[in-house]
Write a protein that binds this ligand. Structure first.
Ligand SMILES: C[S@@+](CC[C@H](N)C(=O)[O-])C[C@H]1O[C@@H](n2cnc3c(N)ncnc32)[C@H](O)[C@@H]1O
Length: 222
């Protein structure tokens, strides 16, 4: 799938036109480096969708604009990012961004909960707790979509670690601990199964320098 923004992607990026240049640059880099178009196809077309760790809200905004039947709520622990995102989100009727405390999962039931490149900033036990709490809020027939970096191939893993180190420790774009914890996807898949979800794992790194990987955990219909 092409990484060029589609119409909804262009509209989502344009929402940040009044943001400071650093944030504008950041959301454009996020668009080009993350497989947002593919991820949005994994969400249901309609219903309530929660993004945990939405940052500036670009993916939430894109999901809302690409799926007008969705009601998207994005939460993040970083009040500064949410403030920038909220300025943009105010222009989209089916989108809301809010600050949430660390580990908090707004109550559902959600047709989908999505977590994009957040877990690696948490220790493994906190990752597991957050996903179990998120899974509890997924409606019957709904899904938990977890996008993280995989642990292969090694050169993409090394490239990603270098870039994250610059982003978190040098540029301080992202809030997070001084260490990163990339849990292997099969271990994360086991956590989702423990939560009663049926899991599909897919690599999304073809043609990309980052080892993108997504897990989709589906809760059986009641
Ligand atoms: C790399 S950014 C990804 C942002 C967004 N999901 C995206 O794909 O552009 C990671 C985000 O996770 C947030 N974060 C870190 N720990 C979190 C937690 N425990 N709960 C919610 N958000 C968290 C950070 O503040 C940051 O905005």
């Amino acid at each position: 799938m092409t990484r060029a923004p589609d119409a909804a992607g262009r509209r989502a990026l344009a929402l940040y036109r009044d943001a400071p240049w650093q944030e504008r640059a950041h959301v454009h880099v996020r668009w080009w480096s993350a497989p947002f178009r593919r991820l949005a196809t994994l969400l249901p077309d309609a219903g309530p969708v929660l993004e945990i760790g939405c940052g500036h809200g670009l993916f939430s905004a894109y999901a809302a604009l690409a799926g007008p039947g969705r009601r998207v709520v994005g939460v993040d622990i970083d009040a500064d990012k949410v403030a920038v995102g909220a300025g943009a989100a105010g222009r989209v009727a089916n989108l809301e961004l809010a600050v949430a405390p660390d580990g908090a999962v707004p109550p559902g039931p959600w047709a989908a909960v999505v977590v994009v490149d957040v877990l690696y900033l948490l220790p493994a036990d906190a990752q597991r707790r957050l996903l179990l709490a998120a899974a509890e809020q997924v409606a019957p027939g709904g899904r938990l979509v977890v996008k993280e970096m995989g642990t292969a191939p090694r050169w993409k893993v090394r490239w990603n670690r270098w870039q994250e180190t610059v982003s978190v420790r040098v540029l301080r774009i992202t809030e997070g601990s001084a260490t990163f914890t990339f849990v292997p996807p099969d271990v994360v898949a086991g956590w989702l199964r423990d939560a009663g979800l049926t899991v599909t794992a897919t690599r999304l790194d073809a043609g990309r320098v980052h080892p993108h990987h997504v897990l989709v955990g589906e809760r059986p219909s009641a």
